[in-house]
Design a protein around this ligand. Structure first.
Ligand code: SAH
Length: 368
């Protein structure tokens, strides 16, 4: 990948926490809930539907712009509600504007990061589900922050609404991946609520097939997703094919080792009828040898799956390194004929700290 120069832009109102505000937040409420809130103000149900349409389908950021509502109602709404609760504090982007990392201050203090990525054929929004992360995966920058707090459904959804404004003129479709900061399945209720609203055909209308939940492998929640018939795509951060190595890289493996994890994945495939993605970071001399790839094939080769190889992105001090292209190629050449599908993802945004595993609220104290 070419090294591109980057642009730093800091909003004039940069600050590390949003101002305290007692008004109820609309983003994160479903259309029926917004309808009920407007009824409580003495309005007809259709007024609530109009407001929800402005918030979700059209992405308005002010009540002023809701021009089919009478002016007095717009003023009353602005006193009672606010549309969202995130404040953009900084952004870093590649010079070609294909990848943009945006930092948002969240209520109560702290910053979460979201990434807008585009290729000529598709746009992908990478969203955070928690501020910080308590799973301590050894290769991950967010893991170094430690446990923070769960984001609310509104805070998760608002990232998507904000990133949608970044789409080029004329583009409407986008994919969503919960691969930003945090472990989405540890924040199950807020995540599924946000995704429910995101995929509402009358609102933002993002097909569940375009939404991917990525997890360290929380078995009970994988089973729950399957049993509740949620049709989002599932990605498992695997990264090792033996319990011994996986427990070293990902301490969560001591609680949910490979056998119950793969059992849960099989259950998910059966119920949801979609293939699963296994993410596998390639770390030089740690998990990228021929023995490693042979074990990986034995472990998952029979499942309807895609293996997504991510050459390790450096995250500062530490002993891990990205393997050279020959080692990556050797791994791919062995794997490709033996599993249903393989992709190699050199993440976009490495230079601006926006690649997989690099999000750690680094812009919390202003951009680096
Ligand atoms: N907690 C979830 C989602 C966040 S991480 C999960 O673990 O799946 C999103 C993906 O980036 C995961 O597959 C994660 O393992 C990977 N990742 C983390 N650190 C990385 C790094 N330094 N280089 C490449 N990928 C990394």
């Amino acid at each position: 990948m070419f090294v591109k120069s980057e642009t730093l832009i800091t909003s004039a109102n940069a600050r590390n926490s949003a101002p305290s505000d007692e008004r109820e937040v609309l983003i994160g409420q479903s259309t029926p809930e917004i309808v009920r809130a407007l009824i409580a103000l003495g309005e007809k149900p259709y007024r609530g539907r109009q407001v929800a349409d402005w918030v979700y389908r059209r992405g308005s950021s002010s009540f002023d712009s809701m021009t089919n509502l009478p002016l007095p109602l717009r003023e009353r709404l602005a006193q009672t509600f606010r549309i969202g609760s995130l404040t953009e504090t900084a952004r870093r982007e590649l010079s070609d504007r294909r990848t943009r990392k945006i930092a948002f201050a969240i209520p109560g203090g702290g910053v979460v990061e979201s990434v807008f990525m585009s290729t000529p054929t598709r746009h992908t929004f990478c969203l955070s589900s928690q501020h910080g992360c308590g799973f301590s995966c050894r290769f991950c920058a967010t893991g170094r922050m430690g446990r923070g707090r769960n984001l609310t459904a509104g805070e998760i959804l608002e990232q998507a609404i904000a990133l949608r404004r970044e789409l080029p003129e004329g583009s409407r479709d986008f994919n969503v991946v919960l691969m930003g900061m945090g472990e989405p399945l540890e924040n199950y209720d807020a995540v599924t609520r946000a995704l429910e609203i995101l995929s509402d055909p009358a609102g933002m209308n993002v097909s569940p097939k375009r939404i991917t939940i990525s997890t360290v492998g929380l078995v009970p929640q994988i089973l729950r997703l399957a049993d509740e018939g949620k049709r989002y795509r599932l990605a498992i951060s695997l990264h090792a094919a033996t319990n011994e190595l996986r427990s070293k890289l990902m301490p969560v493996n001591r609680v949910f080792p490979l056998e119950p994890l793969l059992e849960a994945v099989r259950h998910h495939i059966d119920k949801v009828g979609q293939r699963v993605t296994f993410e596998y970071i390639l770390i030089e001399e740690i998990n990228d040898g021929i023995g490693d790839v042979a074990r990986l094939v034995r472990l998952v080769g029979q499942l309807p799956c895609r293996i997504n190889l991510i050459p390790y992105n450096p995250i500062g001090p530490g002993k891990f390194q990205r393997p050279g292209p020959e080692r990556v190629q050797r791994f791919v050449d062995y794997l490709r004929p033996r599993v249903p599908a393989v992709t190699v993802r050199y993440s976009q945004g490495v230079e601006i700290g926006a690649a997989c595993g690099q999000l750690a609220g680094g812009m919390e104290r202003g951009p680096r």
